[in-house]
Design a binder for this molecule. Structure first.
Ligand code: PLP
Length: 397
């Protein structure tokens, strides 16, 4: 049996396993060190009571004759689709444009099936790894060239352009992956910037996959939380989102994608119809227990809990940001996002990663792991217990 040749194209050592390996090696050599992780973007705080009661009630009902349900609609519970449309999109999306998923990352992988292996992909550089790795797996990008993957159009987002890319390098007919608030830079695109992005996608007959996984961390009222706040976006953009970082559902697994009915392929066919077909073919729907939790998260009480939880992580972010700035380190993010992107000009980011681990016993994420333009940067994650974040900050000075 032949191996899928695309798998061989994926560079060895996905970022986070490599970080975990280096942490293990350090811990083995320094068994007395109390290592604190500000590395992986994994949530740490418990699910809040109202949302947790929703999950528990969903599980309890499964044990009753009246409440039991088996397979549900692959697109998700109608009530949840309606509630996402009304509570989170306030008329910007219709319930039948909302598709419930087991998470944004899984959907980003599956969405690539809509376009197949012939399509070009443009990504913010640096970016969340799944856009690029998924493109390599489906065969729309080739092998590792030593400085990125063959065929991926990297859009550098660096201090010199205020972490918003030069859109003129985007070719026609491509998928543009765009994440705002961005992981890893923490940068949030403003309305004018997103309007320019939408305009480019329409002109270049391209489709944007907009990753809004951190939209609930936005506090500045003028910053857009959804791409659909921009006119014309429904003709050129799919939006993915998730309860992972906001409700602490990283392990529960629940997200959604918005696939507008106005979104068409060049041939005029409906992308929404095809996405429905893909969901019913290779996805059997999100867990009904998780969806019961999602319904609770969208109640007014659940929304307050999400605000509380995201505020908590944003306070961590502010502490880290303040500490770094006091050290004279230039950084971005950490105000409307749980990530702080710290600049170490001219330095190799794996080297800075090792230095912070060895001197402070703090695990971070080297920027180079997110793309070629990430070298020279370190990502600090605000996902952590307050006491650990305070201790890590004390060690960083
Ligand atoms: C964490 C994260 C997600 C969420 O993925 P899930 O599969 O929903 O847990 C999506 N996009 C980005 C950029 C993320 O950092």
């Amino acid at each position: 049996m032949q191996r899928n040749p695309c798998i061989a194209n994926i560079k060895a050592g996905y970022l986070f396993p490599e970080i975990a390996k280096r942490r293990r090696e350090f811990a083995a050599a320094h068994p007395q060190a109390k290592i604190i992780s500000l590395g992986i973007g994994n949530t740490t705080e418990p699910v809040m009571p109202h949302i947790n009661a929703g999950l528990a009630e969903g599980a309890r009902q499964l044990g009753t004759a009246e409440g039991y349900s088996g397979y549900g609609d692959e697109q998700g519970l109608t009530a949840l689709r309606e509630k996402i449309a009304s509570v989170l999109y306030n008329g910007l999306a219709e319930p039948d444009e909302v598709f419930i998923s087991d998470g944004a990352k899984c959907d980003i992988g599956r969405l690539q099936l809509l376009f197949g292996s012939g399509v070009k992909a443009a990504v913010q550089d640096p970016s969340y790894p799944v856009y690029v790795d998924g493109s390599v797996l489906i065969g729309s990008a080739g092998g590792w060239t030593g400085n990125g993957y063959d065929g991926i159009i990297y859009l550098p987002c660096i201090a010199a352009n205020d972490f918003f890319p030069d859109l003129s390098i985007i070719p026609s007919d491509c998928i543009i992956y765009f994440c705002s608030p961005n992981n890893p830079t923490g940068a949030v695109a403003n309305k004018d910037q997103l309007a320019a992005l939408v305009k480019t996608a329409l002109q270049k007959k391209s489709i944007i996959v907009f990753d809004a996984a951190y939209s609930e961390f936005i506090r500045a009222p003028a910053l857009p939380k959804s791409i659909y706040e921009i006119e014309g976006a429904k003709e050129c953009a799919i939006e993915v989102n998730s309860f992972s970082k906001t409700a602490g559902f990283t392990g529960v697994r629940l997200g959604w994608s918005i696939v507008p009915k106005a979104l068409k392929y060049a041939s005029g066919e409906s992308v929404n119809t095809d996405w429905n077909r893909i969901c019913t073919t290779i996805f059997n729907g999100a867990s009904n227990i998780a969806q019961a939790g999602g319904l609770a998260a969208l109640d007014s009480e659940g929304q307050k809990e999400i605000r509380f939880l995201t505020d908590y992580y944003l306070e961590n972010a502010a502490l880290i940001r303040k500490t770094l700035i006091a050290q004279g380190i230039t950084c971005t993010g950490g105000d409307n996002s749980p990530y702080i992107w710290a600049c170490f000009p001219g330095r190799d980011s794996w080297e800075v990663f090792s230095e912070i681990l060895e001197k402070c016993h703090v695990v971070t994420t080297p920027g180079a792991g997110f793309g070629p333009a990430g070298n020279g940067y370190i990502r600090f994650s605000a996902f952590g217990h307050r006491a650990d974040v305070e201790e890590a900050c004390a060690r960083l000075v």
